[in-house]
Write a protein that binds this ligand. Structure first.
Ligand SMILES: NC(=O)c1ccc[n+]([C@@H]2O[C@H](COP(=O)([O-])OP(=O)(O)OC[C@H]3O[C@@H](n4cnc5c(N)ncnc54)[C@H](O)[C@@H]3O)[C@@H](O)[C@H]2O)c1
Length: 256
């Protein structure tokens, strides 16, 4: 079989997925586990994280759980120490974010506290987690970081300014971190999904879902399964010369 028939070789890789308790993070964790990676479910909601762990373990996948609040530097450092005490880390998927029912306000209506809350988790959190694992990756001269951005930051979705700003920061950080880690062979890329049918988008108005359906080059609903293979590819052996990029996976809603 040629490599593109077998898919990315992730067997034996140990990969941390933040926010893997549900939604896209859980789907990514499952996809990586199915590819025989060892997956660390890193989640702020312990109940949700452990439930995800039970489900994935029940499917025969090699998973463990660590609690982390990616927005809290102390929590991130502690979690990284715990994870690294139990083995190497080959990849980090920065998926955790506040994405549930965050929209609805015009930019001048967003409270300062709400702006800060989103930026703290979605932008600073991604930097904190990457920062915590960077020394390990630098020492090994190998590693992969995959960040979850959003096509909303490219489209400029209305009534979502703070979220969009945080996802713009994710794309910019992806480039900055790729430059800083590149000399050690560590790659950093982002995946920007479109509006995906997950728990977090159930509150998005039906008209917005319909707009996306109509305006995509591939006119149908987007599902987590449409995204997970691209994340796996970016973690795999054939993506080693790809870095600093944002791959838009949205069925052709925006063209990057
Ligand atoms: N669903 C979509 O349509 C969509 C589209 C584009 C991008 N994204 C991005 O994909 C990622 C996953 O989105 P989702 O729809 O699955 O969201 P979700 O809300 O279903 O899941 C996010 C998970 O992250 C966890 N989390 C939240 N704050 C955390 C923190 N401080 N520390 C650790 N974990 C935390 C939550 O508990 C939850 O389990 C996010 O980065 C989101 O911005 C989602």
């Amino acid at each position: 079989m040629t490599p593109d028939q077998t898919g990315p070789d992730l067997a034996g890789q140990r990969i941390v997925v933040t926010g893997a308790g549900r939604g896209l993070g859980l789907a990514i964790a499952r996809r990586l586990g199915q590819a025989k990676a060892t997956v660390v479910v890193a989640e702020v909601d312990a109940e949700r994280g452990k439930a995800a762990l039970d489900v994935l373990a029940g499917e025969g996948l090699d998973v463990s759980f660590t609690q982390v609040d990616v927005g809290d530097p102390v929590s991130v450092e502690e979690a990284a120490l715990n994870v690294l005490a139990n083995g190497k880390v080959d990849g980090v998927v920065n998926n955790a974010a506040l994405a549930d029912a965050v929209g609805g306000k015009l930019f001048w209506e967003i409270a300062v506290s709400e702006w800060d809350r989103l930026m703290t988790v979605n932008a600073r959190g991604l930097w904190l987690v990457s920062r915590a694992f960077a020394p390990h990756m630098l020492a090994r001269r190998r590693g992969r970081i995959v960040n979850l951005a959003s096509d909303a930051a490219l489209y400029g979705s209305p009534r979502l300014a703070h979220y969009i700003a945080s996802k713009g920061a994710v794309m910019a950080l992806t480039r900055a971190m790729a430059r800083d880690l590149g000399p050690s062979g560590v790659t950093v890329n982002a995946v920007a999904p479109g509006l995906t049918v997950t728990e977090s988008t159930s509150a998005v108005p039906a008209e917005r879902h319909e707009l996306y359906r109509q305006m995509r080059a591939l006119p149908r609903d987007q599902r987590p399964e449409d995204v997970v293979g691209i994340v796996a590819f970016l973690l795999g052996g054939e993506a080693g010369y790809l870095t600093g990029q944002t791959i838009v996976v949205d069925g052709g809603f925006v063209f990057n």
